[in-house]
Design a protein around this ligand. Structure first.
Ligand SMILES: C[S@@+](CC[C@H](N)C(=O)[O-])C[C@H]1O[C@@H](n2cnc3c(N)ncnc32)[C@H](O)[C@@H]1O
Length: 251
């Protein structure tokens, strides 16, 4: 599998200030995790470690893994700059058991990470591997920005526009896949260059999540449309799937 973030990793966090970007996610996770008595959390696509920092600051015991060596390197640097060292390792989330022996109260896989897999076979393999890292009664949380509403938006979106840097998304999709061409434009005397990264996502909507999560052995599947836990509708800007791995005594 190719590391799509090998170069992108080092500029990935230019989306904006971390606290701004994660504000409403923090209260969502705190509420959900306190309701379900969650302590130990594995972020299995931890990227640059922003959710690890957020959840660690909120008092959860967190570990991270990711397929991309470069993203992990940036995560380690981000953690270090905030005075934290947390367990991190390189691992494909289809095969978590190869690097993780522990079980967790929650596994998270956020910001359209799962749809990097394109076949049902791989998706079920990954979801099953995530389930196997959960204690009975544990939660899996998946988030993405892809919804019928966001798919209907204009195909060119300026995501960041600052004096020295702009990030533009150029999006295209068919029935099954969405490609996001990320165009990073640096326009200052210190750095004048442009970089393009192309990420292809499988389009997974609510019914796909219900089907795949059920096949992978999850129950109590809930789909929300935002971090305030509003009901998911065709106008939602976000899709948040929360599923539970039933305790043996409940089966
Ligand atoms: C869009 S980024 C999201 C990163 C982070 N979750 C966030 O919210 O900022 C997707 C991440 O998924 C990771 N990823 C993609 N496929 C993976 C796989 N099979 N196993 C583990 N990580 C994977 C990528 O390396 C990347 O860090």
């Amino acid at each position: 599998m190719k590391d799509l973030y090998e170069k992108f990793a080092y500029d990935y966090d230019r989306f904006g200030s971390i606290d701004e970007y994660l504000g409403d996610e923090k209260s969502f996770f705190e509420k959900l995790f306190h309701e379900h008595n969650v302590h130990g959390v594995l972020d299995c696509a931890c990227g640059t470690g922003q959710h690890l920092l957020m959840l660690s600051d909120a008092g959860f015991e967190v570990e991270g893994s990711d397929y991309s060596e470069a993203m992990l390197r940036v995560a380690e640097k981000n953690l270090r700059s905030r005075g934290k060292t947390l367990p991190l390792c390189r691992c494909d989330f289809r095969y978590l058991e190869r690097r993780h022996t522990k079980k967790f109260d929650a596994v998270i896989c956020l910001t359209t990470a799962l749809p990097h897999l394109h076949t049902d076979e791989d998706l079920i393999c990954a979801l099953t591997s995530m389930r196997k890292r959960l204690n009975g009664g544990g939660l899996l949380v998946l988030t993405q920005g892809t919804t019928p509403y966001t798919l209907s938006l204009p195909s060119i979106e300026t995501v960041v526009n600052r004096n020295d840097f702009s990030r533009v998304f150029v999006k295209e999709h068919d029935e099954r896949f969405q490609t996001i061409h990320v165009l990073d434009l640096f326009h200052s005397p210190e750095r004048n260059e442009s970089n393009q990264y192309d990420i292809v996502y499988r389009i997974l909507l609510d019914d796909d999540y219900r089907r795949l999560l059920t096949e992978a052995g999850f129950s109590d599947i809930r789909i929300y449309g935002d971090y305030a836990m509003s009901e998911y509708t065709k106008d939602s800007r976000r899709l948040i799937a929360v599923a539970r791995y039933a305790k043996e005594s409940e089966v």
